[in-house]
Design a binder for this molecule. Sequence first.
Ligand SMILES: [Zn+2]
Length: 164
Amino acid sequence: MDIIEQEKRLYALEFNPETDTYGDKSPFRQNTHSPALIQYTCPCKCNSNFFNNSGWNSHIKTKTHIYYKKNFNFLNKPLLDAKKEIINLKRENNTNLNKIRKAKQIVKGLKNDKLILEDKINELKELPSIIVKLEQLVEKYKADKKEFDDYSLSSDDEDFEDCS
Ligand SMILES: [Zn+2]
């Protein structure tokens, strides 16, 4: 016959958030005759082992277990405090993660603003050469105008034709 190693688990009372209390709930499926592969131990007492639903049912009626259940909050204060602490730390962690996410978005926005500003600065760097080109155009225009004015004056003197 094969020896099947039994799995050991710790039995735990189930929390009822509506009544804010802990109560018994069988870890076994009722009316099953499957082999007892899982051994449960209740924290109320050493060697308080049960292997099936009827064993569990007898155990939860023992004086020790009833006392344990009645004083669960007192007997498990360090554990319950640690659970509360974990919940608070997780909440704090989520808040910090949200802050980091927002900060990353701000940094991303600032990086975009920086790129836009760099483009503007580059455009401004071209401004002096544009001004020089404009000044050259003005000078050229002045020179052309003078040439035109001089030409007009001389043609008035020499090439004037009276149409009358
Ligand atoms: Zn117990």
